[in-house]
Design a protein. Sequence first.
Length: 196
Amino acid sequence: MSRRFQAVAIGTSSGGVQALRRLLGRLPADFPLPLLVVQHLSPEAGDGLAGLLDEQCAIRVKEADEQDPIAPGTAYLAPPNYHLLVERGGLLSLAADARVSYARPSVDVLFESAAEVFGPALIGVILTGANADGSAGLRAVKRLGGVAIVQDPEDALARQMPLAALAATQTDHVVALDGVAELLCRLARRGRDGDV
């Protein structure tokens, strides 16, 4: 029997707003996993992105709050200027610690904490971006048995983040952005509707 996944972690930077709109907009309302998202934004950005995406997506999209319980079919966006972490017991936490990979929120911080909690039940996704944030985090996802998905660099608005992730670790899937939602749906059904 194949493994049953419990969460998806997504990291993106330059070009990420459009990428998230396309990816999250293709997920059905009954998508069975929570999605934890880091999108690099300026500290002054406010919480408008979550509201904008929530209006355009069938799944629920919200800015993460301290001690939010993780729920299926919901995408939690890291607030500007805060790291997003996962705690044991399925709660989210926020930290204003130092920047990691020049970023706060940092994809590496999210992926490493989520990998510690979910292990092989985590799917890590790296999308378009103009730096190397996320490469160490995706390596942690793989080291702890999770699945690594990277947007095809040729398809990305900014290739550096996907290229850095591909150079850092063995990946399970390299796909164009428009194929990521279908792949996530297929993986999410594993262990629910039989093997896929």
